[in-house]
Design a protein around this ligand. Structure first.
Ligand code: UD1
Ligand code: MG
Length: 465
């Protein structure tokens, strides 16, 4: 075993038994009514299965084993090398799903933890407590249970003498008395590795033609063994997603958790319920977020920014002290102290250097704007490289597309582009040059010159003006 592996197993000074993790993700999930495999439906911007995989990584450095089936290839592609895979070709139940892991895991670890990929709110903390409890006693199975008023289609827990767990009865076959039992099976277990694998092959076939993982409990009890349970009270943690209403429920819980986290980190959310921050986003201290703001994908926000209201920032890097008001920013980089909006659209490849100002109704795509450059009103820059301290007048447009190809525009440092200028690319405006209002620039303008007209002609130098 590696030094890292050893290290993983000591929590709060306690030595923990070696753990392998199996995540079940093969189910058909018909109730989602979707072409997309259920476990790939996003929750706060990340595929659902990603939460289980990341939670596993918090417990052990050994990669979790993901049992895939329905949409196996898509799931494999999405999760990549964060997990090891086994395929369950036919979905013959939760017991059969776990059995697929046997060739890889038998004899490998003292404890095998199992849970589902459709349970994204389950915390590493709860799993760690389960693993600890399992290590403390002599039980072959330690399971997670929850007290709830709504049975949620879960199995009910049967307890016998001395309050020990003696079985699980599925909702569908439960008697009225059993249905009244409020303690439910979450489907999260720690098994004794040596005991698990040989017993898994002996599971009986259920009347539904499936092999139920839950039947292991009755088997252990029949052998006179103890089954332990860790009872939790937060139903949210074990919310299983089977249909889109569950997805919306889980989304709401996850959003609240994320917002809570950022507020505790020093970010002001004026209306948390109207603020949508993906799990993939980071935000610096003292940033203030106004309502109806969506921060999505691979986005990093610096300190002391002011974002919103009514703003989307997606896959973008925003430096310290930026302001974005009522705008859409996608695939862009903003350095420090940039302000954008209201009502502008920064698209892929927009890079705004320190102190750039972009005002209303502007669009920028695949363009660099140098430090201190200003573009106040109604302009479009595409495929442009703009120097520093340039003034882009109202209504300036780079005509970058000739119907077949895109062409570059270069505007050098300190240039002044008059209002309503068309820059017909490829074209270059030299440093310090001035272009008069209403010009159509079809040829390069030399540095320091003045040009205007349709098409624009050089009429002299800025100095003589
Ligand atoms: C299971 C439990 C039930 C528990 C509930 C909690 C059994 C028999 N019952 O019921 O006691 O209260 O979970 O949610 O275990 N899966 C596979 N392959 C299969 C079947 C399922 O990978 O052949 C996966 C599914 O993708 C799903 C998970 O296992 O993520 C649970 O399967 P599901 O059929 O939903 O079990 P439940 O009926 O919810
Ligand atoms: Mg289920």
């Amino acid at each position: 075993m590696s030094a890292r592996g050893e290290c993983d197993r000591i929590f709060a000074g306690k030595h923990m038994n070696k753990l392998s993790i199996v995540i079940l993700a093969a189910g058909q999930s018909t109730r989602m009514k979707s072409e997309l495999p259920k476990v790939l439906h996003p929750l706060a911007g990340k595929p659902m299965v990603q939460y289980a995989v990341e939670t596993a990584a918090e417990l052990t450095s050994e990669k979790p084993l993901l049992v895939v089936g329905h949409g196996a290839d898509q799931v494999r592609r999405a999760v990549g090398d964060q997990a090891v895979y086994v395929e369950q070709r036919e979905q013959l139940g939760t017991g059969h799903a776990l059995l697929q892991a046997r060739p890889l895991l038998e004899g490998q670890s003292e404890v095998v933890a199992v849970w589902y990929a459709d349970m994204p709110l389950l915390s590493a903390e709860t799993l760690r407590r389960l693993w600890e409890l399992h290590g403390e006693g002599q039980s072959l199975i330690t399971m997670l249970t929850v007290e709830a008023d709504d049975p949620m289609g879960f199995g009910h827990i049967l307890r016998g003498e001395a309050d020990h767990v003696i079985g699980i009865v599925e909702e569908a076959v439960a008697t009225e008395a059993q249905k009244a039992i409020r303690e439910l099976n979450c489907g999260v277990y720690c098994f004794d590795g040596d005991w698990l694998w040989p017993h898994l092959t002996q599971l009986p076939l259920s009347p539904k033609g499936e092999y139920y993982l839950t039947d292991l409990v009755a088997m252990a009890v029949a052998e006179g063994q103890v089954v332990e349970a860790l009872k939790i009270s937060d139903v949210n943690e074990v919310l299983g997603i089977n249909e889109r209403t569950h997805l919306a429920q889980a989304e709401a819980v996850m959003r609240r958790r994320i917002n809570q986290k950022w507020m505790l980190e020093g970010v002001t959310l004026l209306a948390p319920a109207l603020t949508f921050i993906d799990a993939t986003v980071t935000i610096g201290q003292d940033s203030v977020i106004y309502p109806n703001t969506y921060l999505e994908g691979a986005t990093a926000i610096g300190r002391q920014c002011r974002l919103g209201p009514n703003t989307i920032v997606r896959d973008s890097t925003i430096g310290h002290g930026c302001t974005i008001e009522a705008s859409v920013v996608e695939g862009a980089v903003l350095e420090e102290g940039v302000d954008v909006g209201p009502f502008s659209h920064l698209r892929k490849g927009a890079h705004l250097a320190t102190g750039v100002h972009v005002g209303n109704f502007s669009e920028i795509k695949n363009s660099y704007l140098g430090p201190g450059t200003k573009m106040g009103h109604f302009s479009y820059l595409g495929d442009a490289t703009v120097g520093q301290e340039v003034n882009v007048g109202a209504g300036t447009i780079t005509c970058n597309y000739d119907g077949q190809r895109k062409h570059p525009t270069i505007i050098e440092d300190g240039a002044f582009i008059g209002s309503d200028t068309m820059l017909v690319a490829p074209v270059r405006v030299g440093a310090g040059a001035k272009v008069g209002a209403g010009s159509v620039v079809t040829h390069d303008i030399p540095p320091g010159s003045i040009a205007y007209g349709v098409p624009a002609r050089v009429k002299g130098g800025v100095k003589e003006e």
